[in-house]
Design a protein around this ligand. Structure first.
Ligand code: SF4
Ligand code: SF4
Length: 306
């Protein structure tokens, strides 16, 4: 799938966060690099700032000191994209904003922030290597996440190749929605692939993510065939009303087994931790009223997951 980033420098990629000292998503202590942009629009996504392929302005209303004391951003924005709201705070008119970031520099309370920074692979590795002593001791390394890292396959490949050459353990989290060439290009440089399979029914998949799952399943089968030595963990986020039945998990388990590769399989309970990020980005949270699955339900489903 060809996805174009809104920048001209081919040597850089767009990253929205580099999170250090993670104990998840791979062996030992890791640094997670979050890529911006994803071809899926999962309703439950806990990283909505990873969906768009461009830098984005976020506004934290809690930090804003209010327009009585400060209206620097309103006065400064040349596109008239900021107005006062009825509660004495500000409102961003997203259709007018071009994410130039000028209001961010003017804001005294850091209520405004641009998420998404263009970086070279070397800059990413330099940041990751600041903690290399921890990796050596714990067997950890770097995990590419997102968004969908393989939507920026060349950038992902350059980071992983460099990381491997410096002795770091490498992992990637992918939705599998990308060309086979993208997966193949990183395959030799990655120790562990975390691969999302959300459900087996293509229509249901399209309804809840915006995209059919056919490419995901096809890529998974090829991955198992051509990268037999690479560790693969399949992950399914358990989403209420979407894929939380025994039949859903049995169907995914059958598919994993049918490839003949001994992948591990993890079920991750839906959570609402990402909800506030939607409001900061001016987006609607579509999972209002949904409850995370109970411990008993997760236990039941885990029993039948291979
Ligand atoms: S990012 Fe630029 S265009 Fe958008 S609100 Fe701020 S100053 Fe205006
Ligand atoms: S500049 Fe910052 S603190 Fe001042 S009104 Fe704008 S968002 Fe609020």
């Amino acid at each position: 799938m060809a996805l174009t980033l809104s920048h001209e420098d081919k040597n850089k990629g767009l990253v929205f966060n580099i999170q250090k000292f993670s104990l998840h998503d791979g062996a030992g202590i890791r640094t997670l690099v979050f890529f911006k942009g994803c071809p899926l629009l999962c309703k439950w996504c806990s990283n909505p700032e990873g969906q768009s392929f461009s830098p984005e302005l976020t506004y934290n209303i809690e930090k804003c000191i209010g327009t009585t004391e400060c209206n620097r951003c309103i006065n400064l924005c040349g596109r008239n994209a900021i107005t006062q709201n009825e509660n004495g705070k500000i409102k961003i008119i997203r259709e007018r904003c071009d994410n130039c970031g000028e209001c961010v520099d003017a804001c005294p309370s850091m209520a405004l922030e641009i998420l998404g920074k263009f970086m070279t692979a070397e800059e990413v590795i330099k940041t990751v290597e600041e903690d290399s002593s921890f990796y050596v001791r714990s067997g950890g390394g770097i995990t590419l996440s997102g968004g969908e890292p393989l939507s920026q396959a060349e950038f992902a490949c350059e980071i992983l190749r460099t990381a491997k050459s410096r002795g770091l353990d490498t992992a990637i989290e992918t939705s599998g929605i990308c060309s086979w060439d993208a997966i193949e290009s990183v395959g030799s440089y990655v120790d562990h692939i975390f691969y999302d399979i959300k459900c087996m029914d293509p229509q249901k998949h399209e309804k809840v993510t915006g995209v059919s799952n056919e490419l995901i399943l096809e890529n998974y089968q090829k991955l198992c065939r051509y990268f037999q030595e690479t560790a693969i963990t399949v992950r399914t986020p358990i989403i209420p009303g979407v894929n939380d039945s025994v039949a859903d998990i049995e169907a995914i388990s059958r598919f994993i087994k049918s490839t003949g590769k001994a992948s591990s399989y993890e079920l991750l309970p839906y959570h609402q931790f990402g909800e506030s990020k939607y409001y900061k980005l001016g987006k609607k949270y579509q999972m209002n009223g949904a409850n995370p699955p109970s411990e008993a339900q997760m236990k039941r489903l885990k029993k039948i997951a291979i």
